[in-house]
Design a protein around this ligand. Structure first.
Ligand code: SF4
Ligand code: SF4
Length: 341
């Protein structure tokens, strides 16, 4: 297994880390067994978040007795000092530990959040104190906005930056990553599979392995996925012209306007199944239109309930014009229904 040293933190970890969202779907014992399997296969970095439902608790259960063998990163969505400290205490309890290796304000996306986080009474002051007390070893940051991520890196206050990067989302490579490296920061890559849109996991990971400075967080809910991630980051790996062509095919298929299935836009007050409906175009491309109509019909019918309130779009970290896209996909679905009749 390749290793990485996270910027100037001195933290040495496996080059591929475990992303903690998918274990939400597993039972407690099943999740613990999977996390233990990841440790046995050489993964030493585990990333979770306060808002990932019971993910922290499952990690706490899995790492009982082996805390010193893993590096744990978690996150707070709170921007105020008091609330961030409450979430930190909750994370410590759930993870059954007295320190967090890397604590990250989660998904900072706009100037208002930035100002609250950094200002008087903001979370940053409190996290620095918690670091002095030993409850946090290092403070990192996460964002989905390139502009905001660059601004956060420029503060020089964070040990790591976590940002989406994959075959179809490569914007960070030009400026964000060099700026972070110039500050000796660690770079954590989220969304290596573009929220599940890249169905060739081996290709997606081999694409990322070519960048020796990245710690790639692969979300896994099966032992096979863990093994695939470990295998890609162990031994030799090549990137062929055929791989490059397949990667280009994904770029052509998905473009820049696609849903990463993060679910931050949910719930819709009208009951629209936004995330699944946002997949319709790709589903229809990968299946035949007739099959897509059958497969996604119940979901697409909920889109008719959309009243265009725009609430969902304000929560999308990728600034997707969700209502407009839903209308587009509903029209496509309706045309497929007519074809299928
Ligand atoms: S715009 Fe439509 S889908 Fe989005 S929250 Fe409003 S009703 Fe729901
Ligand atoms: S529409 Fe945006 S917020 Fe909703 S799941 Fe997709 S990427 Fe996430």
């Amino acid at each position: 297994m390749q290793t990485r040293t996270l910027g100037n933190t001195g933290l040495a970890t496996s080059a591929v880390g475990f992303g903690g969202i998918p274990i939400i779907r597993l039972g407690r014992d099943e999740a613990a067994a999977l996390l233990r399997h990841a440790v046995e296969r050489g993964i030493t970095f585990f990333d979770t978040a306060n808002r990932y439902m019971d993910s922290e608790e499952k990690m706490g259960q899995a790492f009982a007795g082996i805390r010193d063998k893993v590096v744990i990163a978690t996150k707070t969505g709170m921007r105020g000092a008091k609330e961030a400290l409450e979430e930190l205490e909750l994370s410590l309890t759930r993870l059954k530990t007295d320190y967090i290796d890397l604590y990250q304000p989660h998904q900072v996306s706009n100037p208002e959040e930035f100002a609250t986080l950094m200002g008087p009474g903001g979370a940053m002051d409190a996290l620095v104190k918690a670091r002095e007390q030993g409850k946090i070893r290092h403070i990192g940051i996460t964002s989905h906005s390139l502009e905001m991520a660059r601004k956060l890196v420029a503060t020089g206050l964070f040990a790591t930056i976590q940002f989406p990067y994959n075959i179809v989302e490569t914007e960070a490579a030009a400026e964000l990553f060099p700026e972070a490296l110039a500050r000796d920061m660690g770079i954590l890559v989220m969304k290596p599979f573009a929220g599940g849109m890249l169905d060739d996991g081996d290709l997606a990971l081999r694409f990322l392995r070519r960048h020796p400075d990245l710690l790639v967080l692969a979300g896994c809910d099966t032992a096979e996925q863990v093994d695939q991630a470990v295998d890609v980051f162990s031994g030799d790996s090549v990137w062929t012209e055929a791989d490059a062509a397949k990667a280009e095919g994904y770029r052509q298929e998905l473009g820049s306007r696609f849903c990463r299935r993060c679910e931050y836009c949910q719930p819709c007050p009208q009951g629209v199944r936004i995330t699944y409906a946002m997949m319709y175009r790709v589903v229809a491309k990968r299946m035949s239109p007739a099959k897509a109509v059958n497969f996604a019909g119940a979901t697409m019918e909920t889109v008719r309930e959309c009243v265009d309130c725009g609430e969902c779009a304000t929560r999308c970290p990728y600034n997707l014009p969700i209502p407009e896209m839903l209308r587009e996909y509903l029209a496509l679905y309706d045309s497929h229904r007519q074809e299928a009749q």
